[in-house]
Write a protein that binds this ligand. Structure first.
Ligand code: G3P
Length: 217
């Protein structure tokens, strides 16, 4: 499973990238707002830090304007992945961008039929939003499982990018189902390393080591 970091926070991306666990980055208008940065400048910096796809989202909702914005975003760097919403115009724009050879992430997916349309429009990634379905007491993982089955049934190349990930358990479940990618906030990705038995074991080892009176360097 590939890990994308869901943030426009350069320091957080850099810290995680140093571990080698970052396969890409996703941003959206809310994350750009949170960063306080200019979208063009911050996307360029992220693309310089990370080799993999960096999703940058259009803000227009009408086809012609979406295409104009997407082309400007794609011009930032070769690894920009143009992000479009799962609307009819977004799907049209997706096909246009794919025909021009650009990567496209179709976002705000909440149903298997929407995911089917995105695959037919040639999306590189489909982003089903797990947490926001869970917020409505609908199991977001059922959607991931349905999309996995549909894409496998018809051999679509579109990668399932599990988004709106809020917990370590979301990542475990998405991995078990076979989502191709998870995008998660930096704190959720860092938190995957934590286990109380690791902490307890380390505490014991350090206590015993101190008793040896030794030093390694
Ligand atoms: O990748 C989409 C993500 O940023 C949305 O997450 O937590 O706002 O639903 P959330």
């Amino acid at each position: 499973m590939k890990f994308f970091v869901d943030t426009a926070d350069i320091d957080a991306i850099r810290e995680l990238a140093e571990t080698g666990m970052v396969d890409g980055v996703t941003t959206n208008p809310s994350l750009i707002l949170k960063s306080g940065r200019d979208i063009i400048e911050v996307t360029k910096e992220i693309c310089d830090l990370v080799d993999g796809p960096v999703s940058a989202e259009v803000a227009a909702t009408e086809y012609d304007a979406m295409v104009a914005e997407g082309l400007k975003l794609a011009d930032i760097a070769d690894n920009v992945c143009i992000k479009v919403p799962l609307t009819f115009d977004g799907l049209r724009a997706c096909r246009t961008f794919r025909d021009k050879g650009f990567m496209v992430n179709v976002t705000l997916c909440f149903s298997a039929n929407q995911a089917l349309l995105a695959a037919k429009a040639g999306a590189t990634f489909i982003s089903p939003f797990i947490g926001r379905l869970d917020d409505m007491h609908i199991d977001g993982m059922d959607l991931i499982a349905e999309i996995r089955q549909i894409y496998d049934n018809y051999h679509f190349d579109t990668e399932i990018l599990a988004a709106s990930i809020r917990t370590a358990n979301h990542i475990r479940e998405a991995a078990l189902i076979g989502a191709d990618v998870c995008t998660a906030p930096p704190a959720v990705l860092k938190g995957l390393a934590n286990h109380p038995l690791t902490d307890k074991g380390l505490e014991q080892f350090l206590a015993d080591w101190a008793k040896t009176g030794q030093k390694i360097v």
